[in-house]
Design a protein around this ligand. Structure first.
Ligand code: 5RP
Length: 255
């Protein structure tokens, strides 16, 4: 199936009739985040992603619980989302205490025509991937800047152990044949919720085979996880100039 077939032939829901054309990025994020709540219904266990787009999903789910009688429990993918979900009144459960999730809604830094993703711009990729792995469906919320033909213009986040992180980063640079840097916050490395560090690989839009690349990176000692989310995303709820559109992965689990 060609790229165009995937992107156009699988559109499920068209929210454009109630979403005026807007270009303001924050408005697009909000529209996508709210529209994705259509995938949540009472009784569900919901993975709550991390980032500036999915925050609107979390806020809207809290509103639906307070005002519309929605009953769900959530599993957050970061300490930041845990705080927000608590503030908006979503009851939280531990992933290890339940038997899987019905759906996770999360953001992405890039997605390609095969619905493969780069995630981790917010340094939450490890928990996000564990939660996605436990979910029966994954809905990605994004604005149209995130849609790419080939992954990699966004530097690929890789979570690495603090132990010998410079050495791991050197190996990553050799293996990937590109510049890899330790993500910094001022003078200090960014520390993830898991106490690790983030390496960003500047490979450019060259990732033709993200499945092979994921395996290659995970094979390196010192790598905890990589922000390539392959064969996980079922639906992209995308906000752009045409309003909010929903693209369904023809090989995915959600219809
Ligand atoms: C965090 C993530 C985010 O979901 C991703 O960076 C997108 O965030 P935003 O919606 O703020 O652009 O992967 O680790």
């Amino acid at each position: 199936m060609g790229k165009t077939d995937v992107m156009l032939g699988t559109m499920l829901k068209d929210f454009s009739h109630r979403t005026p054309v807007m270009t303001d990025v924050e408005t697009l994020k909000r529209d996508a985040g709210i529209a994705a709540c259509a995938y949540v219904s009472s009784g569900m266990k919901v993975g709550l992603g991390t980032g500036s787009t999915v925050k609107y999903t979390v806020i809207e789910l809290g509103r639906m619980m307070a005002e519309e009688g929605l009953e769900i429990v959530g599993v957050p993918t970061s300490l930041a989302t845990e705080k927000l979900a608590t503030e908006v009144g979503i009851p939280l459960v531990k992933l290890s205490e339940i038997d899987g999730l019905d759906v996770v809604i999360d953001g992405a830094d890039e997605y390609d025509p095969q619905f493969q993703l780069i995630k981790g711009g917010g340094a939450a990729l490890l928990r996000e991937k564990i939660v996605a792995q436990e979910s029966s469906g994954m809905v990605v919320v994004a604005d149209d800047r995130k849609r790419v033909d080939t992954l990699g213009a966004f530097p690929l986040p890789i979570e690495v152990t603090p132990f010998a992180h410079q050495a791991t980063i050197r190996v990553l640079g050799r293996v990937l044949n590109c510049r890899v840097n330790c993500r910094m916050s001022g003078d200090h490395p960014v520390i993830t919720d898991n106490g690790n560090m983030i390496a960003d690989a500047h490979c450019g839009p060259t990732i033709q085979d993200p499945v092979a690349m994921e395996k290659e990176i995970l094979n390196i000692a010192g790598v905890v996880q990589v922000g390539l989310f392959n064969n996980m995303c079922d639906v992209v709820v995308l906000a752009g100039a045409n309003g909010v559109e929903t693209f369904v992965n023809p090989n995915g689990r959600l219809k």
